[in-house]
Design a protein around this ligand. Structure first.
Ligand code: MV4
Length: 451
């Protein structure tokens, strides 16, 4: 096992990685920007190194600064958390050439999954169900029209370098296609420095359902089942749960089996998340793969009792799956996570500042992943996640009740938060009935007079 790991992240996920390391007997090195000097990861890590000023490009995204810290501290491995450098294949490569283990998949696999069109064709070849669409990058508007005719309207054009919703256009009639194609191309070129586009059949009112996997370096892959992540606003997830009300044990097993075979053939290693859209007929279609630990990983941990971050570290150290897991994956109960963000309730704009009072909820079946504390400051430079409130209960109804009371007993003062929004979502009849899809939040906000 590693003796010492550097955590190339901040906030709650840096603390989450420190928890895993402490339990594994691994020493930890925190890196921090000048804005995070008084943060809990700095306090709880065995060592801490300031790597620069608050701006991301000069601190947490500054690869030479992060590598220098890793070399000065003499660590054997780097855990990137999520966001920041987690899916940066160049960073993974620099770690490798510096003799530091990157806790994630091999750089070439990270690169493959980062090119969405290549990921789509690799997963198709490996037997994962995908949507009808273009075969590779679309060279011109003329070719786009040909594909649209072949696939049938509506279609969606997507940026190959994209993900998370940027550089996407829905096309409902052929006359609009050339203009929308050009707009998507320009947006992608501007945002990612790469205007490559591909096309898929557009799925109306899909659910966003993702599968968690773990893969060791000996060819063993396991599926830990799905998370339902349809409650999103502007491509930011607000609430996630596991299991999905729409996934039967048979479908979970079937998709899990397909993923184990296909990811094995691709040479995938570490934790990963495979994103699907579920259509009205409950069919799942692959859209993208994330090669990192995700914000919402705790809901999977709660229903499987597998520590995903510890598993990542053990796998990176060369452990076999049989030594990482307790045995076969068993799903028990239901888990929900609410993301508590520091943001204005109506405008959804970040609300940075000092937290004047902080009392996290507790009690049976409640978990809080956070790096916040009373008198602590939410800096304006980073994302606005303050805490993840996670519950686990025997079934969905009990999980909803438990989450509602936990939200009622969670105090955050000094900044605006999404707690009131979550309380309303949990009281919503459609949400309670499991009638959710990616359009839920927009309908909900309209019904509740927010828009
Ligand atoms: C789609 C789609 C419908 N059909 N692809 C948005 C973000 C990106 N990761 C994929 N996205 C979508 N792709 C096809 N073929 C609808 C969306 C989509 C969406 C997906 C997941 C969660 C929320 C969403 C909100 C709007 C659109």
């Amino acid at each position: 096992m590693f003796k010492k790991i550097l955590i190339a992240n901040r906030g709650e996920i840096a603390l989450r990685v420190i928890c895993a390391c402490k339990e594994l007997g691994i020493r930890t090195v925190a890196i921090y920007s000048e804005a995070d000097r008084l943060s809990l990861p700095v306090r709880f890590a065995d060592e801490a190194i300031c790597i620069g000023p608050p701006q991301l490009a000069q601190s947490y995204l500054n690869i030479p600064a992060v590598i220098s810290a890793a070399e000065i501290a003499n660590v054997e491995a780097v855990h990137p958390g999520y966001g920041l450098l987690a899916e940066n294949a160049n960073f993974a490569e620099v770690c490798e050439t510096s003799g530091i283990k990157f806790i994630g998949p091999k750089p070439e696999v990270t690169r493959l999954m980062g090119e969405k069109e290549k990921a789509r064709s690799a997963m198709k070849s490996a037997g994962v169900p995908i949507l009808p669409g273009s075969d590779g990058i679309i060279a011109s508007e003329g070719e786009a029209l040909e594909w649209a005719r072949k696939v049938g309207l509506p279609v969606i054009v997507k940026a190959s370098a994209g993900g998370g919703g940027r550089g996407m256009r829905i096309v409902r009639n052929a006359e609009e296609l050339p203009g929308l194609f050009k707009a998507a191309q320009a947006e992608a070129a501007g945002a990612f420095g790469n205007g490559d586009l591909y096309m898929e059949k557009y799925v109306e009112h899909p659910r966003h359902i993702e599968f968690q996997v773990l893969a060791d370096e000996h060819g063993n892959v396991v599926s830990l089942g799905e998370r339902e992540c349809s409650i999103q606003r502007r491509h930011q997830k607000l609430l996630e749960e596991s299991p999905s009300t729409q996934v039967t044990p048979e479908l979970r097993q079937q998709i899990g089996d397909v993923l184990c075979r296909s990811l094995g053939s691709i040479g995938y290693t570490n934790a990963g998340t495979v994103e699907f859209l579920m259509d009205q007929n409950r069919n799942l279609h692959f859209i993208e793969m994330n090669t990192r630990i995700q914000v919402e990983h705790p809901v999977t941990e709660m229903v499987t009792d597998v520590d995903l971050v510890k598993s990542q570290i053990m796998i990176a150290a060369g452990a076999k799956m049989s030594d990482v897991l307790m045995g076969p994956i068993v799903h028990r109960g239901h888990s929900i996570e609410c993301r508590i963000n520091a943001e204005h309730p109506e405008k959804f704009t970040p609300s940075a500042g000092k937290i004047t009072a902080f009392h996290p909820a507790g009690g049976t079946g409640v978990r809080v992943d956070t790096a916040a504390y009373a008198e602590g400051v939410i800096p304006p430079y980073y994302d606005s996640l303050i805490a993840k409130l996670i519950v686990r209960a025997k079934d969905r109804n009990e999980a909803v009740s438990r989450m509602s009371r936990a939200l009622d007993m969670f105090i955050v003062e000094g900044v605006y938060t999404t707690i009131p929004l979550h309380r309303k979502i949990l009281a919503d009849p459609d949400f309670r009935a499991g009638k959710i899809d990616t359009g839920f939040i927009e309908r909900f906000l309209r019904r509740n007079g927010h828009m």
